[in-house]
Design a protein around this ligand. Structure first.
Ligand code: IYR
Length: 230
């Protein structure tokens, strides 16, 4: 998709322009906030299957994210295969045992105490999908030569945000999971060394008896996260 000879600057009229009234804008902003405030990170999944089509559509939404120089420095691997999910669980739990046994350090472990997390990760088997997001340090032109990517962490973070919002909008729940370190995912999923695993999203429907940690429902009030200068 990156042919050197098509990359020169060429402005085109803004596509997909929407004309919205102030009232429509107000209603849309409120409706989106009402939807987003019902998103909760879930650790307890049901085994109810989710179609690959839905997962693909949500990842397509993630792929619309802005990125440094529009290089789109991300790759998503969506896994429903039970034996591959089990392998990822086993390798993640191996890392997590070290982390929770002290590798994280006392301060980090104390910060996690209210979240109730531990090295036991059954959701990696139970959730019908795992989506692993990789960040690409460099890309390749169509002729195979390499180019550097910019603002990779920011770009991939934005794409992950789009993905989480798209999954929630579709009626799915997810868990952002970051075993530490994550290099085992390159080998398990056959991704090149130039790609850095950023996170695993376990995706599915919540179990009937799913819970969340009480502290996770407390969000900072707007006046604490926002300064308006008008
Ligand atoms: N990767 C570990 C630890 C962990 C770290 C943070 I920061 C969290 O918000 C939650 C967990 C784990 O997944 O258990």
């Amino acid at each position: 998709m990156f042919a050197k000879d098509t990359l020169g600057y060429r402005p085109i009229p803004l596509p997909d322009r929407r004309y919205v009234t102030d009232a429509e804008m107000d209603a849309a902003a409120s409706a989106f906030h009402d939807r987003m405030r019902t998103r909760h990170t879930v650790r307890d999944f049901s085994a109810r299957p989710v179609s690959a089509d839905v997962i693909e559509r949500c990842i397509a939404s993630a792929g619309t994210a802005p990125s440094g120089a529009n290089h789109q420095p991300w790759h998503f691997v969506a896994i429903a295969n039970p034996s591959l999910k089990s392998r990822i669980r086993a390798e993640a739990e191996q890392e997590e045992r070290r982390f929770y046994a002290g590798g994280a350090g006392d301060e980090w472990l104390a910060a996690l105490e209210p979240m109730g997390t531990n090295d036991h990760k059954p959701h990696l088997d139970i959730a019908p999908w795992l989506i692993v997001i990789f960040a690409q340090r460099w890309g390749r032109f169509d002729d195979g030569t390499r180019f550097k990517n910019y603002y990779v962490a920011e770009s991939v973070g934005i794409a992950c945000g789009f993905l989480i919002a798209a999954l929630h909008h579709a009626g799915l729940s997810c868990l952002t999971h970051t075993p530490n370190p994550m290099q085992f995912l390159n080998a398990a999923l056959d991704r090149p060394k130039s790609e850095k695993p950023v996170m695993i999203l376990a995706v599915g429907h919540p179990a009937d008896d799913a819970t969340i940690p009480a502290v996770a429902s407390i969000k900072k009030p707007l006046d604490e996260i926002l300064t308006v200068l008008d």
